[in-house]
Design a protein around this ligand. Structure first.
Ligand code: GKR
Ligand code: MG
Length: 429
């Protein structure tokens, strides 16, 4: 065996779970509005060989408890033994049937608790594996089939600023012309070549008008709208027919597989989802009913990068398209998403990202490794995820978490402070 090859295990000596908060803007959605800070948890796995791997996940209190519970069971496991790590997470959380505290504000329900908890540990192990052999994570996933990953311009209706605060640098977006201006600015800054509108905020006809305005302003950009299940089956069919030939896909128009299947039978464009197919046991019924044409994968709730590639294989087998979902996130997640998308041949749509909504000066990774060029992130080529933890920034964002007082994402509660009778029930129209 050549001397450079080592077969030594890299055993987990310590796992640090650090909740952080970063500034967020008042982005509107079907369940309410984003609070002034978004929460994440940063995972550091330290091995007995002195390597450190990074992961990032939701930061809600219930999820933090589960992360810490599982972390305690992973000491001494070799980071190459991800199956054993998955088994231990599964066993630790077997009795945990609570669906709360997952950090997705009610818009992604029914995802597997064990997969959500496993995800950041698996990513951190892959980061360490990559460092151990000097190869990027995309190589560990089978090799990058593209050297840059396309992301979409993720538009939100939004207030001008948080209540009681000054107008923020994006300003209000409550009408079609303001959304067009938002898209223009985001595309000028990042170069995105596809556009997604978060809908479910205003009556459907207003949102149809917004999509039409975007189509006029950006005739060549694929367009998507995602009302997070805000519409009845009937409304979804009407909107789908009105936007025939305009949308690349229609994302979660109505809740549940049965409703989606009814809509899918009547509209021409594919239906996409990150709401009714969010765990492996949802795939079979959705396929049986032909309910969705595109699955929005998300390694944060599908159990990490390896299991997301399993999902990609399933989508390929059943002829389903594959795109990628996002929530408010920092650079470790962006790096993981980029490696995964790079190594997934059938991920053929521009991925979602909330990145433009994050303040440029707030992240836990050292700047430089991740950048947008013409709407895409070049796949990091350094070892592991290719990003480095900025410890001062981590400490700062942790302090911000402590002082923010926010412990759970609560878009509805925050909305009700401004509008006490706000009702998040969906479908609404
Ligand atoms: O950030 C938001 O408000 C989004 O609505 C997010 O929470 C959703 O999970 C997501 O982006 C989606 O595509 O449903
Ligand atoms: Mg969605």
């Amino acid at each position: 065996m050549p001397e450079s090859v080592t077969t030594e295990p890299h055993r987990i000596r310590e796992i640090r779970v650090t909740p952080v908060a970063f500034r967020d803007l008042p982005l509107l959605n079907v369940v309410g509005v984003h609070e002034p800070f978004a929460l994440r948890a940063i995972i550091e796995i330290v091995t007995d060989s002195g390597l450190v791997g990074l992961g990032e996940t939701y930061g809600d209190a219930g999820h933090l408890d589960r992360l810490r519970l599982a972390a305690a069971q992973l000491i001494d496991v070799d980071v190459w033994d991800v199956n054993e790590i998955a088994r231990r997470v599964q066993v630790t959380l077997a009795a945990d049937t609570s669906k709360t505290g997952h950090g997705m504000s009610g818009m992604v329900t029914g995802s597997s608790t064990a997969d959500r908890v496993l995800s950041p540990f698996e990513v951190a192990c892959l980061d360490i594996q990559g460092h151990a052999i000097g190869r990027p994570v995309s190589d560990l996933l089978g090799g990058a089939v593209r050297d840059r990953v396309d992301y979409s311009a993720y538009l939100f209706y939004k207030w001008a600023g948080h209540p009681g605060a000054e107008e923020d640098h994006w300003g209000a977006a409550l009408a079609p012309d303001q959304l067009v201006a938002q898209a223009r600015r985001m595309i000028d800054e990042y170069g995105f070549s596809a556009i997604k509108l978060k809908g479910g905020v205003f009556p459907p006809d207003e949102e149809i008008e917004a999509i039409r305005a975007l189509r006029r302003a950006f005739p060549d950009h694929p367009l998507r709208i995602d009302p997070n299940g805000a519409w009845t089956v009937r409304t979804s069919i009407r909107v789908g027919k009105e936007l025939d030939g305009v949308l690349e896909y229609l994302e979660d128009p109505t809740p549940g597989v049965d409703g989606m299947a009814e809509v899918a039978r009547e509209v021409s464009m594919p239906l996409a989802t990150n709401m009714c197919v969010v765990a492996f046991d949802h795939v079979k019924p959705a396929v049986a009913q032909d309910a969705v044409g595109v699955v929005l994968s998300d390694h944060h709730f599908w159990g990490g990068l390896g299991r997301s590639r399993v999902l990609a294989g399933i989508c390929d087998t059943f002829g389903l398209g594959l795109s990628m979902h996002s929530n408010s996130h920092l650079g470790i997640s962006l790096a993981a998403m980029t490696h995964l998308a790079a190594a997934t041949p059938n991920l053929s749509y521009a991925c979602d990202t909330h990145w433009p909504w994050k303040a440029a000066d707030e992240d836990v990774v050292v700047p430089g490794a991740l950048r947008f060029e013409q709407g895409a992130v070049p796949v990091p080529t350094g070892p592991g995820l290719g990003v480095e933890l900025d410890r001062d920034a981590l400490a700062r964002l942790h302090e911000q978490y402590l002082s923010s007082g926010i412990r759970e994402r609560d878009d509805t509660g925050y909305m009700r402070r401004a509008q006490p009778d706000f009702d998040p029930t969906a479908p609404r129209w």
